[in-house]
Structure formats: C-alpha cells, structure tokens
Design a protein around this ligand. Structure first.
Ligand SMILES: [Fe+2]
Length: 304
C-alpha cells in the first residue's frame, strides 16, 4: 500500500477526475499513523482524500493511544464505530465516547485517541476542508508540558478553558443547521471540542412522503457529518427522496447492505457494511432499502 503522505488529496482519484464511485472496504489504503513508530501508531484506513475533504477510519489496539498529538488545518469530526474511546485534547478536555457517538474538533485543536478497553476501537473520521497543508503538521509537536492534564506541570500558565465550552444539550432545530453543535468560527477561536452524543445529535427528516431520518453530528461552514437512517417497508422497497449537494461528499455504510441509486444517471451501486461511496458535487442520489430492517449510513458532505 502507498504511503499516506504520497496519496494525500489523490485517493482513489485525482481531484480533476472525480466521478461517483463505490469504494469497497478492501480497497481502502492502509498505513500506520504515524508511520515511524509502531508502538505509538494507530492502524489507518484511508477511504477518500481529495481537495475538498478526507474520510477514513483508524483503529486503536486495546490499551493503546496514538502519539504524538494530531492537528489539522480543517475541522475534524468523528463517528465512533466501535467504542468506548477517550479523546484527549491538548487544552485539557477528555471526552468519553461510546459506539455511535460523535465528536467535533475545530481546526488547530491538538488531539489523540485512547483505548482503555480490552477490544479494538474503531473511529470513522471526516476532515474538511483540508487535512494537511504546508504548515501542518508542524515541525514542532507540543510536549507534555505544553498540554493540560491531571496535575500537568504547566496547568497554571495554559489557557483556562472552563468558561469557553458551550452547553449543547438543548434540542436543536432546522435553523441550527450551519452552526451545529456551535458556530464554526467561534469554535475555532476558543479551541473547545464537542462530543455530540446519541441524544445530542441534531435530528431532522428528509422527505415528507418517504421520510428518512438525518442525525447531524456536525453542520457548520466547513462540513456536515452524521447518520442517515432509512427504515424498511412501503410500496416497493423503501427509498429516500432524491437529493443533491453543493459540495463533494461521501456515504459510509454502517448497517446495510444499502443501494445507492443515481436517479438522473440511472446507475446504482450496492454498499455492503463498511463500504463507502463518493458523491461529487451536484450528483443526484437516493438510498434504497431492500432489507427487512432499517439501514444506517454515515454521511460526510462538505456543503449541503
Ligand atoms: Fe486527526
């Protein structure tokens, strides 16, 4: 498999060659991250890395964490495929995340994942608009002394975060799309990270005649990320009403199989669990459920 740094913004296609594409889980590009020390690496599966976003999965072995802390010039969101995971932020926040929970981190937030369990942890991540640039990752990674944690040596001199973290547990509404869980620019200014747990997701319904449940983890100026839940049942297979997006996006199949039908192109693709689909901007699509159970996908869409 290719080196992660060699495929950045070019996997599985060059940015000028975007087409709707099924990307099967066995075709994800694998790497250790970071690549130079297996003792502090996670097991990374890159699904898509293009000029508008990056989507992938990382795994943490029982008892492990990845080091050094990671950082990006874009916001990063998580969907926990298999938890619990404890996410550390350099600012002194530590989030306990169960399977199905989400997390939103602003650009510039130093972070690392920890697995304190006896099972492998698996995390689906979405970074938009950019995962790396010429300044990130920087040559100098923060030392322990430059981060805040229990009895940390420099806790008194590092910024006080306690008043900078917003409460996000109210029931959010359709008008919050674009500023969920908090306003993007202010989140980036404070550096606070936000776990978006099962009950805190922004619920919405796409389609009144063929309703599909949308559960947002992130909906801000950099990207949109969350669950799509399409039930079974109806006249014929249950399907969602066609939708298209202004920006590039992808769909990851959590509970499937699910058929993605490109209604205008009259092409369809079947995603098994763990497979993904790339949706270039402007592609009209619908989900079709041929099963006798609800199907669940995670969407990662740069602009709705
Ligand atoms: Fe990261």
């Amino acid at each position: 498999m290719a080196k992660l740094m060699d495929i950045l913004e070019h996997f599985p296609f060059d940015p000028d060659k975007k087409v709707p594409m099924l990307i099967r889980k066995q075709d994800y590009s694998t790497a250790l991250y970071p690549p130079n020390d297996a003792s502090t690496s996670d097991n990374t599966f890159t699904i898509i890395t293009t000029d508008t976003f990056m989507l992938g999965i990382y795994e943490l072995a029982p008892g492990s964490c990845f080091m050094p802390l990671d950082i990006h010039p874009g916001d990063e969101s998580y969907y926990i495929l298999q938890g619990p995971v404890v996410q550390r932020s350099g600012n002194g926040q530590f989030c306990w995340l169960e399977t199905g929970d989400g997390l939103v981190m602003p650009r510039g937030a130093w972070h690392s994942g920890h697995n304190f369990t006896d099972r492998k942890s698996r995390i689906l991540y979405f970074i938009a608009p950019k995962a790396w640039d010429e300044h990130i990752p920087p040559a100098v990674i923060p030392s322990d002394e430059e981060t805040k944690y229990y009895k940390g040596a420099n806790n008194d001199t590092l910024p006080d975060m306690s008043g900078k973290i917003e409460t996000i547990s109210r029931e959010h509404c359709t008008d919050d799309l674009g500023t969920f869980p908090v306003d993007g620019p202010s989140m980036r200014e404070t550096g606070a990270i936000y776990p978006v747990r099962h009950l805190d997701k922004l619920n919405n319904i796409h389609g009144t005649k063929h309703p599909m449940l949308l559960r947002f983890i992130t909906a801000n100026d950099f990207g949109n990320f969350g669950e799509m839940i399409l039930p079974a049942g109806g006249y014929g297979p249950r399907y969602s009403e066609p939708d298209k997006h202004e920006g590039d996006g992808a769909i990851y199949c959590v509970d499937g199989p699910v058929t993605i039908n490109l209604d205008e192109l009259q092409e369809s693709f079947v995603l098994e669990e763990g497979d993904s689909f790339f949706l270039p901007a402007g592609t009209s699509y619908q989900l079709v459920n041929f099963e006798a159970k609800p199907i669940k996908c995670v969407f990662a869409i740069t602009k709705l």
